[in-house]
Write a protein that binds this ligand. Structure first.
Ligand code: ARG
Length: 464
């Protein structure tokens, strides 16, 4: 029991203070101090509105705002000493404001509750963070685009089922990720509409008796709409769930790319090599150069998915309106934001500095059967139904495997024995270059199609 402690800001109704460890258990200040800037920003808008609406005097509003600005500076410099006795960022700030300007500080919380305050802070945080994340995605896209521009004519094996399928331009492969990220940006931007909703003025749950101006506060905070319903405003976390979902999809994309890069730098593939600055060694095996950064991006994807599941689970049984369970929304959100920002940056650095082994790629694509489709198409063009052509070429591939040959090693007589429509021009169309070059259907890997795609990607990046 800690009877001798300073009274709580909500202590009027109580005769005893909570146990110290109860304070510690319920406090969110160890993590929500991250919202210091947003908290002060919300309070400045609220105080401005209280003054404008005559709920407090303009002098009082000015005094409060001046005090808040001092706190904002102190918070930035790390000069504020938070305490768990003051529970959360809101009560800590109120206490600091009191220390800064005295009794007038007590007027700031007029027509406001921590319930609409914390929701406001979270909306502001996600607005700022979404903007930063959009920038980071954009940077990663430009790295992919630069790589694509350099590698239009670098041909790599294209896979399905992780089996060699058809050769593709490496630029086409990079651009696939470019467009995934473009949709990721679209999703985050679409969600901004709901991130930029103002809960402030909803009070604890039922609105307020004071003549407040919620739309004024909305504008002050750079939000674009207000919650229509006070119960909804204080207990909605959909906007966070949307962010968690979008973050999970972004991480899934980064994880797929990581997985490919990890394979590509293995001894088995040798398509790329990460720069030393993005690699680590083994403490026992001197020869090792590990793609730890890509593995971490892949691994951290699990954390981000976990945060989505945690939040969905926190929300599923909550009656209206605010419940303390909602305090559990913050750590996962911060973690997802920080994790994703780190992953986006590291991925851009990794890609920018890696070496692409063009000679190895050339050697690989020239020594497999991945141009077999060309032969089937060749027969189909000559009038054979594609199914039949497929069957004929399947037999040719089988013959080649059994005789340890590649398609180009099989003599024309043998081809003609398999089907009379074959002619000498077949040897030209089964080169990887020709296979890629001829696939100019819209969105395909043909060099012309890829050049057009590069232009489109470039324009898209410039307009976003
Ligand atoms: N620290 C709380 C949270 O993060 C702030 C809101 C507290 N409201 C309350 N009525 N206890 O959710």
């Amino acid at each position: 029991m800690t009877q001798d402690k300073e009274m709580k800001l909500w202590g009027g109704r109580f005769t005893k203070q909570p146990e110290e460890w109860v304070d510690e258990f319920s406090a969110s200040i160890p993590f929500d101090q991250k919202l210091a800037d947003e908290d002060v920003t919300g309070s400045i808008a609220h105080a401005t509105m209280l003054g404008k609406c005559g709920i407090i005097s303009l002098e009082e509003a000015d005094k409060i705002i001046a005090g808040l600005r001092i706190l904002q500076e102190k918070a930035k410099k790390g000069e504020l000493v938070y305490t768990v006795q003051n529970e959360d960022i809101h009560l800590n700030m109120e206490k600091f404001l009191h220390d800064e300007i005295g009794e007038t500080a007590g007027k700031l919380h007029t027509a406001r509750s921590r319930n609409d305050q914390v929701a406001t802070d979270a909306h502001l945080y996600l607005k700022n963070q979404s903007e930063e994340i959009l920038e980071l995605i954009q940077t990663l896209q430009s790295v992919l685009l630069d790589l694509a521009k350099k590698h239009v004519y670098t041909i790599i094996p294209g896979y399905t089922h992780l089996q060699r399928a058809q050769p593709v331009s490496l630029a086409h492969h990079f651009l696939a990720y470019f467009w995934m990220l473009e949709r990721d940006k679209e999703r985050l931007s679409d969600a901004m509409k709901r991130v930029c909703m103002s809960p402030l003025g909803a009070g604890a749950l039922a609105g307020t008796t004071f003549p407040i101006d919620r739309h004024f506060v909305m504008e002050q905070l750079g939000f674009t709409s207000v919650y229509e319903n006070s119960l909804d405003a204080v207990s909605d976390r959909d906007f966070m769930l949307e962010f968690h979902s979008h973050a999970s999809i972004i991480m899934m994309h980064l994880s797929r790319l990581s997985e490919e890069l990890i394979m590509w730098c293995s001894e088995e593939f040798q398509f790329i090599e990460f720069d030393d600055t993005y690699s680590t060694g083994s403490s026992i095996m001197p020869q090792k150069k590990n793609p730890d950064m890509a593995e971490l991006v892949r691994g951290k994807t699990g954390r981000v998915y976990g945060n989505l599941m945690a939040m969905l689970t926190v929300m599923k049984g909550l009656p209206l309106a605010y419940n303390k369970d909602l305090q559990e929304d913050k750590e996962g959100l911060f973690d997802t934001v920080e994790t994703m920002k780190g992953c986006l940056s590291i991925m851009a650095g990794m890609l920018k500095t890696m070496t692409i082994h063009e000679a190895v790629l050339k050697e690989k694509v020239e020594n497999d059967f991945s141009t077999a489709t060309e032969l089937a198409d060749y027969l189909a063009v000559k009038g054979l139904p594609f199914r039949e052509a497929h069957e004929v070429v399947g037999k040719i591939v089988l013959y080649a495997i059994q005789n340890k040959m590649l398609l180009r090693d099989i003599p024309l007589e043998k081809y003609q024995e398999m089907h009379p429509s074959f002619d000498t021009d077949l040897y030209e169309i089964i080169t990887p270059y020709a296979a890629v070059n001829r696939r100019n259907s819209y969105g395909g890997t043909g060099f012309d199609a890829v050049q057009a795609a590069l232009k489109k990607a470039e324009a898209t990046l410039q307009h976003s």
